[in-house]
Design a protein around this ligand. Structure first.
Ligand code: PEP
Ligand code: MN
Length: 370
């Protein structure tokens, strides 16, 4: 029997939740859209005692102006009704001092700081000051860019203002290359944060990493097997009609199935399904490898024209020896075999010399025909 962390709309302390079930589970729509939508979703979620908080965005930080900006203060009034009807404590995002005051005034139980806000230390400080003296859980999402110091710095601003119920949310990073995911998981970063701050609870938001409802379970399971302390998942009573993030929101019943699946270890999982999931992640990494190689070749073009101007040889043995020595060392630190890395980089070097030679010839041919 699961212990119920809810107490008539009043939330338990974060450490109590974590020491009870071992997991902090937050679920609900991306945005609060209407009284009915919120109530309907909350009712479905409140039936499962594993869900600790209902989430819903009231002020939406949209990339494009003109799209739905959130229900604002009107939505905060729906929160009260939802709490009365379902007993669920409520979590929402704050992006300014005013949001904090409004949310606290309306009895919001947990505040989180969004990925866009975290990137701005002025705003983070302003929000931290507004929360000072209030005993409320505050969760800090990672910034859009993979900058662990910026993330940790934001968390420390809250810690310094005396906020003790503090945690982090990993929601992925803006991808530089084509990716199956909306945001790159870069698991090494949240895991590094855990090494730096071992007492800090870190949960994962698989919805914003996945970007598509059929990938949410995969990311959620990866987070749990990586030892995360819980999840924040976007769940909507009618995802197809959602005003924001429609493609990544789950029906309540599918979310509750996801929670059941989390208990399965990799051994218990359907091995064929697991293989497909792992291959999807491999495809993502391969895309990144190809993009990186193409970027390297672009730089080679510039190098070729400089070498030509200065009448330098294409192959520079001293530079090459230094490069391969450094790469073998770096790769060795990460457990890669020297013979493999040497073979791989010899191939890359050969191609780049060929590329430079043909490029230089092309430059010369073009000059002659001018
Ligand atoms: C959200 O949780 O709906 C949201 C806007 O997330 P993020 O700040 O991670 O983009
Ligand atoms: Mn969202």
């Amino acid at each position: 029997m699961e212990t119920n962390s809810r107490n008539n709309g009043k939330s338990q302390h974060l450490t109590e939740i974590l020491s009870g079930s071992g997991r902090l589970i937050i679920a609900g729509p991306c945005s609060a859209e209407s009284r009915e939508q919120l109530l309907d979703t909350a009712k479905a979620l409140s039936a499962d005692s594993r869900v600790n908080f209902l989430r819903a965005g009231i002020w939406k930080p949209r990339t494009t102006p003109g799209s739905f900006q959130g229900a604002g203060t009107e939505g905060l009034k729906w929160f009260n009704e939802v709490k009365k009807e379902t007993g669920m404590p409520i979590a929402t995002e704050v992006g300014s001092e005013r949001h904090v005051y409004e949310a606290l005034k309306h009895g919001v139980d947990l505040l989180w700081i969004g990925a866009r806000t975290v990137s701005n230390p002025f705003t983070v400080q302003e929000i931290a000051e507004a929360i000072r003296g209030v005993d409320i859980p505050v969760l800090v999402k990672n910034p859009l860019c993979p900058d662990i110091d910026l993330w940790q710095g934001a968390i420390n601003r809250f810690a310094k203002t005396g906020i003790t119920q503090l945690g982090a949310i990993h929601r992925g990073f803006t991808p530089e290359t084509k990716s199956a995911f909306r945001n790159q998981p870069n698991w090494a970063i949240p895991l590094m944060l855990r090494n730096r701050m071992p007492k800090l609870p870190i949960i994962c938001d698989p919805s914003h990493i996945a970007g598509k409802e059929n990938l949410v379970t995969l990311i959620a399971q990866r987070a749990i097997s990586n030892g995360f302390d819980g999840l924040m998942v976007e769940v909507h009573n009618n995802p197809n009609e959602a005003l924001t993030d429609a493609s990544q929101q789950l029906y309540p019943k599918d979310f509750l199935l996801l929670l059941n699946k989390l208990h399965e270890s990799n051994e218990q999982k359907n091995q064929k399904e697991l293989l497909n999931e792992l291959r999807l992640e491999i495809d993502n990494i391969d895309n990144t490898l190809v993009e990186t190689l193409a970027e390297r070749m672009e730089l080679i073009k510039h190098i070729a024209s400089i070498k030509k101007t200065h009448h330098l040889e294409v192959v520079q043995p001293t530079r090459w020896k230094k490069l391969i020595k450094r790469i073998i060392f770096e790769a060795g630190q990460k457990g890669l075999r020297p013979s493999f890395v040497k073979k791989l980089f010899n191939n890359i070097h050969e191609e780049s010399c060929f590329f430079q030679q043909t490029n230089i010839k092309e430059i010369r041919r073009n000059e002659k025909s001018d």
